[in-house]
Design a protein around this ligand. Structure first.
Ligand code: ARG
Length: 466
């Protein structure tokens, strides 16, 4: 005779022996899905309200469910709720606790519902909350970048291609490049939210239910734009989680690039910026060391976030309709992605406004790198030379300067005229670093005036956010 108490209360009816204890642990998700408790209760309350509306629950039963759920919520938040592995997941733990409290009425809550549409609803609600928090943190980081760009709109640094000095740019321009990457990430995040925001509740196990559910009503109560269209798709779709992880991977790609630059710039070899001590740590053996651990960790965490995207894509690949237990594996990658990018954004949003710029070192690096060579070539073109000839002439002048450790702007007119007699006194206006950046004066260019204008436009864009 099977011990009735050992059977799962929610589905044990057709079972003739208790589940193997290893299988209980292997199939349970409560250890990680308990963090869906708020969304699970919210979803149940919307479902119960809808059941009352269509006459499946009486007003009194609905009230008992509301009060019971409030009790459970409080108990969980006080840390006193006893989660049980035997009850498998967050859904059955909460439902069992409800029945324990309010008796038979608790058993009516699951009318016209399955854990399949329940969990699909919970994750969407959970991810929607997470998206809103991440959007705020992303905005805070972008505000920091705007502030820094404004402060350093005219600060000259070498711009790089191939990590070799190319042309002078301003530090503010560089910060606004980071801003633009993150701005696309923000758009992608909102785009994901838009497609996510539909209610699967009412799809039940896979086919819908025989109760006249008002799906529009429960969707509205949960802040969803509308119910999902197809019950089979509703319980099996995890596109939103994949889209979110794709957003997260691109975000981390951007943060890793910014991290890499911060790491380079804080090194003694570049010495372009200073990161306050509170964002760095020391070495246990080398007393002189101050390591940029925060950007290094952000760069490193990109790996796990990319991994989670691949996990979810692989999880869903070839899955037949509709719900499969595989889908329980969606949660840990998704939860970890949210936590990781939340931490990385926070680290960056705190760090960016604290970046101290070493303007003299940046300027010196631009000067040493012959960053205005293109400007001299453009000048010669202005004097009627074909660009390829101008390129050749300037190359020779640079070689001469390297020998003497003198920048083009530090040569005398006579020295410069050895390379071309088209050069005249007005050449010095274009050879200065300031002249070079100021000349790139169009939308998207590095001229300080353009950086300030870009900052203004960016600020307006942020103000238009919800
Ligand atoms: N814990 C499950 C999950 O996360 C809930 C849904 C289970 N449904 C089922 N029919 N076994 O996916």
């Amino acid at each position: 005779m099977i011990d009735e108490k050992k059977k799962n209360q929610s589905w044990g009816g057709r079972f003739s022996e208790p589940v193997d204890t290893f299988v209980v642990r292997f199939t349970a998700s409560v250890n990680f899905d308990q963090q869906l408790y708020r969304q699970d209760i919210r979803g149940s309350l919307a479902h119960a309200a809808m059941l009352e509306r269509i006459g499946v629950l009486s007003a009194d039963e609905h009230r008992q469910i509301r009060e019971g759920m409030q009790d459970i919520l409080d108990e969980i938040e006080r840390g006193e709720f006893a989660w049980s592995l035997e009850l498998e997941d967050v859904h059955m733990n909460i439902e069992a606790a409800l029945t324990e409290r309010i008796g038979t009425t608790g058993k009516k809550l699951h009318t016209g519902r399955s854990r399949n549409d329940q969990v699909a609803t919970d994750i969407r609600l959970w991810l929607r909350d997470a998206i809103d928090a991440i959007a705020d943190e992303l905005t805070r980081l972008q505000q920091g970048l705007i502030g820094l760009a404004e402060r350093e709109a005219a600060t000259i640094m070498p711009g790089f291609t191939h990590l070799q000095t190319a042309q002078p740019v301003t530090f503010g321009h560089h910060m606004m490049a980071w801003f633009e990457m993150l701005d696309r990430d923000y758009d992608r995040l909102q785009d994901c939210r838009k497609r996510l925001n539909r209610s699967p509740l009412g799809a039940a196990a896979l086919a819908g239910t025989s109760y006249p559910l008002d799906r529009q009503y429960s969707a509205g109560l949960l802040g969803f734009d509308r119910p999902t269209e197809n019950s089979l798709d509703s319980v099996s779709d995890r596109d939103f989680a994949i889209e979110f992880c794709a957003f997260a991977s691109l975000l981390m790609t951007h943060l890793s690039r910014a991290s890499e630059e911060l790491i380079l710039w804080t090194s003694a070899q570049f010495n372009f910026i200073h990161l306050p001590d509170r964002f760095c740590t020391g070495s246990s053996i080398m007393p002189q060391k101050k390591n940029p651990d925060v950007p290094e960790l952000v760069r490193g965490k990109t790996g796990r976030v990319n991994g989670h995207l691949v996990s979810l894509l692989t999880l869903m690949k070839s899955q037949p309709l509709a719900y499969n237990k595989d889908n329980q594996e969606d949660k840990e990658p998704l939860f970890d992605t949210v936590m990781t990018i939340g931490d990385c954004l926070r680290a960056f949003a705190d760090m960016v406004p604290a970046i101290e710029v070493r303007a003299e070192n940046m300027r010196e690096a631009a000067r040493r790198g012959f960053a205005t060579a293109t400007d001299l070539a453009d000048y010669l073109v202005g004097r009627g030379l074909p660009f390829r000839d101008a390129h050749e002439i300037v190359g020779k002048a640079v070689a001469y300067g390297i020998g003497l450790n003198r920048d083009l702007s530090e040569m005398t007119l006579t020295e410069l005229q050895q390379f071309s007699d088209a050069i005249d006194t007005d050449v010095f206006q274009v050879l200065t670093l300031e002249g070079s950046v100021a000349a790139r004066n169009h939308i998207g260019g590095t001229a300080p005036a353009q950086v300030s204008a870009a900052v203004e436009r960016a600020r307006t864009r942020l103000l238009q956010r919800p």
